[in-house]
Design a protein around this ligand. Structure first.
Ligand code: GDP
Ligand code: IMO
Ligand code: MG
Length: 444
């Protein structure tokens, strides 16, 4: 069996959680492969809204096995809070959630290091989610990390103390004496919660998930991999250094789950009908005017994790072509189409103009000295007429207005990938599948 991968093609928050939930009935296993509680994946059904951070979005549909893979970083305290809230809302997970022993643990001191690192950067800060993601992946790469499997060791407490002491020494170097004292006080507050989280983690099935997943594939089971963040936040290919610390691209599913590249089947690229970004960093199509404010208010563009206002702008086809290339996207899924319902015209950036030259390949850097979009990078737009009618009640593509069909065809021509699914609202039901009859996908 093949492994299908679902990931964001922009700067995150494309609507991945909703689509994973919609596709879950068609798979046996749903697996997260990277990232951690920096993610906030929102799902809506039956009038209820859920935000998932570390738990895969396949937890609500049937008795599917959900796996937190080895490429993920897990904060036991946040995991416990998330899991207990789900259990309390009538969604038991102990039987259906397995956690890789190879996933790395986010320690309370990682969160402090994240904050201190950002403070030290001053104006050029990344604008992280503050969840300790960067420092945890740094420890992993420098071979200092603690892993989920370590909680099963008798000497876990000693391992934890060792790591904590190392982090405290680093913090002393980064902070004033006063801030360091405050950090210690915070640590004292959060540590018991974290330790309770570690204990809670021990009550779950901790597995060598690479073996588990490959055995399931051999037995004919289908797997959907759920990405977090988005391609433009990839540590290698995103808008570095304004990125997260993991590989968000398709290759991350191979390393994060231990599946061979030849196993990859369909790659679903999730896009918004426009574009958003949270935190610092360049964003060529960002709108700093009332159109941007309108996208933000109609799209409710506020972070699911931090509540921060998301920066909004038009769709960027230069970045999307790049993302499609890096991921080998076979199918596009377009979200939040309804947010554009009232716009008279819609713009799409087809190329950048840089120092008077037309650039179609996403360049090495588009950031200026201040970390924002360099002033010499200008988007070149194509303008299309808006449809100016509500899409959210529509249930089939036969109902789509001509202008919306034109927008879809324009994007498909520019991106050379079919748009398989169109989302017209946050609810599970507000999802319209296209090309159903021509067998574009086997699983779907
Ligand atoms: P993720 O991180 O990629 O899973 O996306 P988020 O959950 O952070 O952000 C997507 C937001 O858009 C959530 O609030 C969803 O409920 C919402 N959403 C998803 N699809 C649609 C859609 O088609 N229309 C509208 N209006 N909202 C949507
Ligand atoms: P989902 O999975 C949007 C951004 C942060 C910051 C940068 C680095 O919900 O799409 P980090 O805490 O990872 O070190 O922050 O990445 N970021 C996200 N933006 N959606 C996310 O996740 C994100 N996860 C991290 O805002 O700019
Ligand atoms: Mg999100």
């Amino acid at each position: 069996m093949k492994v299908d991968v679902l990931l964001g093609l922009q700067w995150g928050d494309e609507g991945k959680g909703k689509v994973v939930d919609v596709l879950t009935p068609r798979y046996d296993v749903i697996a997260r492969f990277q990232g951690g509680p920096n993610a906030g994946h929102t799902l809506e059904f039956g009038g209820q809204k859920y935000v998932l951070r570390s738990i895969p979005s396949g937890i609500f549909q049937g008795d599917k096995l959900n796996v937190i893979g080895g490429g993920v970083v897990l904060d036991p305290a946040l995991f416990k809070a998330e899991a207990e809230a789900l259990e309390a809302s009538g969604h038991p997970l102990k039987e259906r959630l397995h956690i890789s022993r190879k996933a790395h643990l986010i320690l309370p001191t990682h969160r402090l290091l994240d904050a201190a690192g950002e403070a030290a950067k001053g104006k050029s800060k990344v604008g992280t989610t503050g969840k300790g993601i960067g420092p945890t992946y740094t420890d992993k790469i420098s071979r200092n990390g603690l892993r989920v499997g370590d909680v099963e060791r008798e000497d876990f407490d000693a391992l934890y103390r060792q790591a904590k002491e190392r982090h405290l020494a680093m913090l002393r170097g980064l902070m004033t004496a006063e801030d360091y004292t405050a950090a210690l006080a915070k640590l004292e507050q959060t540590e018991p919660e974290w330790m309770a989280g570690v204990d809670y983690l021990r009550s779950f099935t901790l597995t060598d998930s690479e073996h588990e997943i490959n055995k399931l594939l051999k037995a004919g089971k289908s797997v959907l991999c759920e990405g977090a963040q988005g391609t433009m936040l990839d540590v290698d290919y995103g808008s570095y250094p304004f990125v997260t610390s993991s590989n968000t691209i398709c290759a991350g599913a191979c390393t994060g789950l231990g599946v061979a590249p030849g196993r990859i089947g369909r790659v679903y690229g999730i896009i918004k009908a426009y574009c958003t970004r949270v935190g610092s960093g360049p964003f060529p199509t960002e709108l700093m005017d009332e159109t941007g404010d309108k996208l933000c208010s109609i799209g409710h563009e506020f972070g699911a994790v931090t509540g921060r206002r998301r920066r909004c702008g038009w769709i960027d086809l230069v970045a999307l072509r790049y993302a499609i290339m890096l991921n080998g996207v076979t199918d596009l899924i377009m979200m939040k189409s309804d947010v554009l319902d009232t716009f008279e015209t819609i713009k799409a950036c087809v190329a950048y103009e840089i120092d008077g030259k037309v650039v179609e390949d996403f360049p090495y850097s588009i950031a200026g000295a201040d970390g924002q979009t360099a002033p010499n990078v200008k988007p070149i737009y194509t303008e299309l007429p808006g449809w100016q009618c509500p899409l959210s009640q529509m249930t089939s593509e036969d109902e789509f207005p001509e202008e919306f069909n034109n927008y879809l065809s324009f994007l498909e021509e520019e991106l050379e990938v079919p748009i398989r699914i169109v989302s017209v609202g946050p609810d599970r039901e507000q999802t319209i599948e296209r090309y159903v009859e021509d067998g574009l996908t086997e699983n779907v």
